[in-house]
Every structure is written in C-alpha cells, then in structure tokens.
Design a protein around this ligand. Structure first.
Ligand code: TXA
Ligand code: MG
Length: 315
C-alpha cells in the first residue's frame, strides 16, 4: 500500500477528513459508515444539510451494494463510462444514511477515475462520501493547493494526485422507470448516453429549471472572490471590457479578461485554476467573453453552465 494511502486511512481514525484527487475536481471525503465525519464535511464546507453528497466507489459491484435498484441501463452505462465523470442517481437502500442523501430516497453514486483514490477506497473497504473540496458556493478545486488555501491540515489530510484532468464536476443523471433526467451537465454528454437510452427505451429529459431536483444546483455557485461578468462576444477586446465594466459599475482599468482555450476539453481542464489566477491583486472584476459558435458544443454548454452560475452579471 502507498504510504500516503496508509496515512489517509489513519487520518480518519484521528477524526480528520481526507481531500481526494479525482479526474473532475478534488473531493472532501469521509467513509459513508462514519456519521460523525460525514457531519464534519457539512460543517467544514459550511454546506447546508439539504444538499446531498455523492458516494464514491471503486467498482460496479461495490456500487450495487448501496442501491435499492440497479437497472440494466445503469449496468451498461457504468460498464461504458466508469471509472469516469458520470454520477448515477438511483434508489438507495437502507444502508445509506439520510445525512448523505439529505433525506432523499435516492443516492448519487460514481466511480472516480484516479488511481490514488481508487486504491484508497479499495484499501479502506468502504465507499467515500465526498462533495467538491471547496467552501459552499465557491470555486471548485482542481489542484491540491486550491484545497489547502481553504482548509487547514489540522482538519484535513491532503492526498495530492496532481491536476484534475477533466476539470469540471461529473455529469449527473437520474435513472427513473423510463426516463433519464440530466441533473448536471458535464464531460459525459447527452449524445454519448443516448445510444444506451435508445437500446433500453429510455427517453432523455432535461431537468426542469423551476424544480430543484439536484439541490446543489442553485443559481449562485462556483463563484470566484471578485465579480465575474459574462459577456457575449461583441467583436473587439476593448468593447468587451467596456461592456463588462459598465455592467458591474467598476472602472474598466480594474478588470481583467479570463482567457481559456478554444478547445473545450482544455478549457474545462483549466477553467477553475484560471478563474482563481485571473483574480490577482489590484483586479476588481474579471470577465469572460463567450463566443456564439460555442453554444453548438455540448462540452462548451457544460462549461457555460458553470460560468453562468459563477457570474455576478451577464450581458
Ligand atoms: O465530479 C464530481 O461529482 C465531484 C467529485 C468530487 O466527485 N463532486 C461534486 O460534489 O461535484 P458536489 O457535492 O459539489 O456536487 C454534487 C451534486 C450536488 O449538486 C447534489 O445536489 C447532487 O450532486 N446530488 C447528490 N446526490 C443526489 C441525489 N440523490 N439526487 C439528486 N442530486 C444529488
Ligand atoms: Mg461542489
């Protein structure tokens, strides 16, 4: 066993939480059978108890042990996309506590694609409940330094697994009797899932924005420490900066552009670290210019979802 995995297991015995690397973002974890530590996640994160946690497993067989139902579609999707950035919301069984699911009768479950965390879960012998390792509503961490900037080593053991390669949180889908509801967009897109839904005669539906099915999907989320302004492409850099500064009422000279990549996979990977880096000293607002042609891309749509929730102003 790796030394840091042994230390991470020991950290739970000492009453600490463990920050775990995943391919999406870092998680703040506790064993699902330890109510005291699960409660500690909500306290340290300042997260309301109505927002349920995702359960992280190391295999399909392990996932099945915590679900009340495991439809064939879940089996097929897990075989295809796990380990990977897809969370399945399914009926839970009695072994999963209400604190983890916020009283819902369903559980969100996924197998993360990171060797260190997979080894950790296997060695521990019990799944980990883990939200993203950031204070509630703030920008998600894609590097261990991001986690260290918000939590203390007296509360959290830091498992360093390098930079998260996907960079945005997992896709979340709820599997009902004949419907697959998209609760959160991510790197696993509707068109990747559709062939499996067709095979088992499930229809894909978007979550109704007026009904909160995934309680964490609130309007203000992922927010950087200074205002982010989202502007539609208006041609040139000065026009864009001016539009952004007018919207937030701050002098144009105090703004800085958040620059990502034209390639959506790369843009997703660097999104949160660039959001943090752009908020340098002396900068009072940051702005991002969204190009119209990107709205055709499913992955850009998932990135835009984060940027929209992170923004204070949209123009
Ligand atoms: O990529 C990810 O999913 C990361 C890594 C650490 O795995 N985790 C993550 O967790 O993003 P968190 O807590 O920041 O977001 C989880 C979302 C919340 O919005 C919550 O509402 C939703 O998952 N969720 C969890 N269980 C659910 C359930 N039973 N039904 C509906 N939504 C659920
Ligand atoms: Mg989160």
């Amino acid at each position: 066993m790796k030394k840091e995995v042994t230390q991470a297991i020991e950290a739970f015995n000492l009453g600490k939480l463990v920050a775990i690397p995943t391919e999406t973002v870092y998680g703040l974890s506790a064993p699902i059978n330890n109510p005291k530590l699960i409660e500690r996640i909500f306290k340290l994160k300042e997260r309301p108890f109505f927002d349920p946690l995702i359960v992280h497993v190391s295999s399909i067989d392990e996932a099945k042990k915590w679900c009340g139902k495991w439809p064939e579609l879940a089996q097929k999707l897990a075989e295809k996309f796990w380990p990977g950035p897809l969370t399945l919301v399914l009926p839970k069984n009695d072994k999963v506590s209400d604190m983890i699911t916020s009283g819902l009768q369903t559980v969100g479950i996924r197998c993360p694609n990171h060797p260190l965390s997979l080894e950790f879960i296997k060695e521990l012998g019990i799944p980990l409940a883990a939200p993203s390792a950031n204070k509630f509503g703030k920008t998600s961490p894609t590097h261990i330094d991001h986690v260290k900037s918000e939590f203390n080593s007296s509360d959290v053991y830091f498992l360093d697994g390098g930079e998260s390669q996907v960079g945005i949180e997992s896709t979340i889908i709820q599997i009902n009797d004949d419907k697959v509801i998209f609760l959160r967009k991510g790197a696993i897109t509707p068109s990747m899932i559709k062939p499996y839904c067709d095979q088992f005669e499930f229809t894909i539906v978007e979550a109704d924005p007026h009904k909160i099915l995934a309680p964490g999907q609130i309007k203000h989320h992922y927010m950087p420490k200074i205002p982010l302004v989202l502007v539609k492409d208006k041609g040139n850099a000065f026009e864009n900066a001016k539009a952004a500064s007018t919207l937030c009422g701050i002098d144009i000279n105090l703004g800085r552009e958040l620059v990502l990549s034209e390639d959506p996979s790369m843009a997703a990977r660097i999104l949160y670290s660039e959001m943090r880096n752009t908020c340098a000293d002396g900068v009072e607002f940051i702005y991002f210019v969204f190009k119209q042609q990107w709205s055709e891309s499913e992955l850009w749509t998932a990135i835009l979802d984060r940027l929209t929730r992170a923004s204070s102003f949209i123009g």
